[in-house]
Design a protein around this ligand. Structure first.
Ligand code: SAM
Length: 214
């Protein structure tokens, strides 16, 4: 018997993008805009994206000023879509890596590491352990989590049932608890922004940088 298939490997990219792009959800465009803000906020030549999915926002990266773009995801079909969509634009800079993010993963050195809506699937404790293990390879870590005050974890659309299996790997992340755990792991908070969504959820962006250990 092999390892059970990870639920994210069973979700078709078209279904995922239609769900996230649904006007009542409004997350695909919002995340693209936030990615644009993250790219603009910090100077970088090397960038990493954890949970890159279909590469939402990678079109905003300027190839002229960028040496490397690392995209990590657990779903090889999503990475194949990134290849089709962005290889021509980014050329050899684009490095796509199929992996399940956990504390054992070591990433290439990046100035900016973006982790948008992936911490809830990795788990806060595992994500912080991953960040700590890779602290020397990360300039700024900018992550977005979703805060579900009024809505359920998965927003309601015609495609919602396609995401039922994610319940086994998803958890609500408390922004303050994440910031505290990151601080304990040696990361200082740089910025905190909130982005309300049409369905009552809020996207919370938290940026961190490593602090030298005494
Ligand atoms: C909600 S989507 C991310 C959206 C995307 N970052 C954006 O801005 O539009 C979550 C992504 O994380 C990936 N993912 C989930 N758990 C993962 C894990 N443990 N390791 C690597 N990728 C994972 C999924 O395959 C999916 O592509």
């Amino acid at each position: 018997m092999g390892t059970p298939e990870h639920p994210w490997r069973g979700i078709d990219l078209d279904v995922y993008e239609q769900h996230m792009g649904d006007p009542g959800v409004g997350q695909l465009q919002r995340l693209r805009d936030i990615t644009g803000e993250q790219l603009a906020a910090y100077p970088f030549r090397a960038i990493g994206v954890l949970g890159v999915a279909g590469g939402n926002g990678l079109d905003l990266i300027d190839p002229e000023t960028t040496d490397a773009v690392y995209g990590y995801d657990i779903n090889p079909e999503y990475l194949a879509a990134c290849e089709t969509r962005y290889r021509a634009r980014l050329g050899d800079r684009l490095r796509l890596i199929e992996t399940s993010i956990d504390r054992s993963v070591r990433i290439e050195r990046v100035d900016l590491l973006i982790a948008n809506l992936v911490v809830e699937y990795v788990g806060a404790e595992e994500f912080v352990a991953f960040a700590a293990a890779n602290a020397r390879s990360i300039g700024v870590l900018s992550c977005v989590i979703q805060h579900n005050d009024k809505a359920g974890f998965v927003s309601s659309t015609n495609h919602s049932s396609s995401f039922d299996a994610l319940a086994s790997v998803s958890s609500d992340i408390d922004p303050e608890a994440l910031a505290a755990a990151m601080s304990d792991a040696g990361f200082a908070a740089l910025d905190h922004r909130e982005y309300p969504l049409p369905n009552g959820k809020t996207l919370v962006r938290q940026d961190f940088r490593t602090t030298p250990r005494p």
